[in-house]
Design a protein around this ligand. Structure first.
Ligand code: 5GP
Length: 114
């Protein structure tokens, strides 16, 4: 997999406001926040998108979901509620080809998304 902005953040080559780090993933603040709280949770493993994950990644994907909930708790947006989004491939609006989950909160979300 080619280098991406996110692989560079993982390698420490680009700075980021990291709010979570463990053996499997990190979470950091989105540079262009779409809500008062906007975090990105990304695996250390180079997976391009949710559609590119395999059955071997099932435990990792579960872990990433738990971390989404934990960073929401940490950001104090869990009680009011929050949204987790995985933009996937072209029609999903994915810009960065490294799997990531957006965790958005701090305001009421609208539905349907654009
Ligand atoms: P996507 O559109 O791929 O689902 O989301 C990519 C996200 O990465 C966007 O919300 C964008 O603001 C964020 N982003 C892009 N480059 C950087 C960066 O260098 N640092 C951080 N913290 N976020 C970034």
């Amino acid at each position: 997999m080619a280098d991406t902005i996110f692989s560079k953040i993982l390698a420490g080559e680009i700075p980021a406001d990291i709010v979570w780090s463990d053996e499997f993933c990190i979470a950091f603040r989105d540079i262009n926040p779409q809500a008062p709280a906007h975090l990105l949770v990304i695996p250390r493993k180079a997976i391009v998108s949710l559609a590119d994950a395999s059955d071997d990644d099932t435990a990792l994907l579960g872990h990433l979901m738990r971390v989404c909930a934990k960073v929401a708790e940490q950001e104090k947006i869990a009680d009011a509620g929050f949204r987790v989004v995985a933009n996937t491939r072209t029609d999903g609006g994915q810009d960065v080809p490294h799997l990531h989950f957006h965790v958005l909160g701090g305001r009421a979300m609208k539905w349907p998304p654009g």
